[in-house]
Design a protein around this ligand. Structure first.
Ligand code: UDX
Length: 435
């Protein structure tokens, strides 16, 4: 099938390459000429395992092209909208400028019978609005939220754990379903769950899923706060409650909290939308989820300063990790980067290292100092802080690290180190919600 993907950011670039990988003829469109140039050359504009490989194979097959010209979307039967919906400046609500702009720019190139498929995360009610607009030229609309995780984006797109189609009622909806079935035919196994529903439910599925995940993380971080004043160990608590299949152990890792381009902005946009709908109280708890999350960054900063006797000035702090999670170079709303910035702001001599996210961090915070390697960051450090659980940090040998550093204090903001081994090597180990 001929497909266009409007917006080649994180979601769109992965989606375009994955659709080509599934055998479709795809054009990816974006207003950012530099991004289009990179993608056209078969290079990924961000770090994502597996993406360079499928970009190369799609390019070689000739099934994937990129363009800055919306006119190149003409002739495709299905058009995916994958542009960003960032948080509005100074507000909680989502900024729909890019979604509205993309649809307006696409409309002149739509043919009768075309299907426009929304993938961006939007406030409930947006799809109905967009449907009315594309119907003016005889096209129709479906809402097909994505649930991809950074670091696993290709895998999550090519073999999704479920698909959700929000479609119009009646015959147009059935046609949209058939078109989407055809697109995803190779991605679906016999038992991939498929939920076919209305627009509003499809839009809400996405925000509800992210709100639930964020709540789960803040729940365990709230337990970490209680553990800290009662002497309990939140990691054992998570293991024990996680054995209950109704609760489950995943997403119960206490630490410095969640970040990234989705969870923080999505829970805020959800609160703002619920308020617009007169039901702010229904999701009032999300404000608490956000507040708990932000407190955990503060906790790491306070712990470091406390271990320095309250005197961070001219003390060397090795900050290991800047990305919001491992296997990513993304620093949007990253708790790790925030910790580095706050410690620097409090007067500590911060030297930060991340295997992939230093360039993005430097662009946002040029005042920070970055090390060329983990060893260079550790050299003469008074305190070591781990805030992103990259494999190479988890594998650090505490005996060898002690030969590089000046102090022997480690703050494990992700509970990812072996506390027993670090203590056995003479370190003062401080975790999150652990004695
Ligand atoms: C998330 C959703 O998982 C995905 O389904 C949605 O499509 C987009 O948003 P992503 O932002 O890639 O994906 O990251 P995710 O793996 O969910 O992690 C989000 C944040 O939560 C990270 O900062 C991570 O470190 C943190 N986290 C996750 C915890 O602090 N504890 C956990 O137990 C799990």
């Amino acid at each position: 099938m001929k497909i266009s993907v409007i917006g080649c950011g994180y979601l769109g670039a992965v989606h375009a390459a994955s659709m080509a990988e599934l055998g479709h003829e795809v054009v990816g469109i974006d207003v950012d000429a530099a991004k289009i140039e990179m993608l056209s050359a078969g290079r990924a504009p961000f770090y994502e395992p597996g993406l360079p490989e499928i970009l190369t194979s799609a390019r070689e097959s000739g099934r994937l092209t990129f363009s800055t010209d919306m006119a190149d979307a003409a002739g495709a039967a299905v058009h995916f909208i994958a542009v960003g919906t960032p948080q509005k400046k100074g507000e909680y609500a989502a900024d729909l400028t890019y979604v509205n702009g993309a649809v307006d720019a696409l409309i002149p190139f739509l043919a009768e019978g075309d299907l426009v498929v929304g993938k961006s995360t939007v406030p409930v009610g947006t799809a109905a609005d967009l449907a009315a607009r594309v119907e003016t030229v005889g096209a129709s609309l479906a809402w097909n939220p994505e649930f991809l995780r950074e670091g696993f984006a290709v895998q999550d797109t090519i073999s999704p754990d479920r698909l959700v189609y929000g479609v119009a009622a009646g015959e147009p909806g059935q046609r949209a379903k058939a078109q989407l079935d055809e697109i995803y035919a190779k991605a679906l196994s016999e038992d991939t769950p498929l939920v076919v529903t209305d627009y509003a439910t499809a839009e809400l599925v996405k925000v509800a899923a992210n709100a639930f995940l964020a709540t789960k993380i803040s729940f365990i971080n709230a337990m970490a706060e209680i553990a800290e004043v009662s002497g309990a160990d939140v990691t054992q608590l998570a293991d024990a409650i996680g054995h209950d299949a109704r609760i489950g152990r995943r997403f119960l890792n206490a630490g410095v909290g969640f970040g990234g381009g989705c969870l923080p902005k999505d829970i805020r946009a959800f609160s703002a939308r619920a308020e617009e709908l007169g039901r702010g109280e229904s999701v009032a708890f999300l404000k608490e989820v956000d507040a708990i999350n932000l407190r955990r960054r503060q906790r790491v900063v306070d712990l470091v300063i406390e271990t320095l006797g309250g005197q961070p000035f001219q003390k060397k702090v090795a900050v290991l990790g800047l990305a919001f999670k491992p296997d990513s170079d993304d620093v949007r709303d990253s708790p790790a980067l925030d910790v580095a910035v706050q410690l620097h702001g409090r007067g500590a001599d911060v030297l930060a290292y991340d295997p992939e996210a230093m360039a993005n961090s430097a662009r946002l915070h040029p005042q920070l100092n970055f090390a060329e390697s983990v060893d260079a960051a550790l050299q003469d450090a008074d305190v070591v802080v781990v805030v992103t659980e990259w494999k190479e940090f988890r594998a650090l040998d505490p005996v060898r690290v002690a030969e590089l550093t000046r102090g022997k204090i480690v703050v494990d903001g992700r509970n990812c180190l072996d506390a027993v081994a670090w203590r056995a090597a003479g370190w003062t180990y401080k975790g999150m919600g652990r004695p």
